[in-house]
Design a protein around this ligand. Sequence first.
Ligand SMILES: [Zn+2]
Length: 72
Amino acid sequence: MARRHSGHMNGERYLANTSPSKREVHDLDNEKTTCQIDEIIKAGHDKPYNSLEIAKRDGFDNCAYCIGGSTR
Ligand SMILES: [Zn+2]
């Protein structure tokens, strides 16, 4: 489990899943297998963020596994 340099990712800490049915942001420094990050990248739904705040401003929800619902 680590930051990615594949798909749209270039080492950023946060990865948002742009799939319309998901719309969640993940913390790659606290990634869980349940996040299925590689599946997101494979599907081309990965969008990189350096800031959780900006991802949330763009309308992404916290992943319940790696971030949880209590950061805000
Ligand atoms: Zn996650």
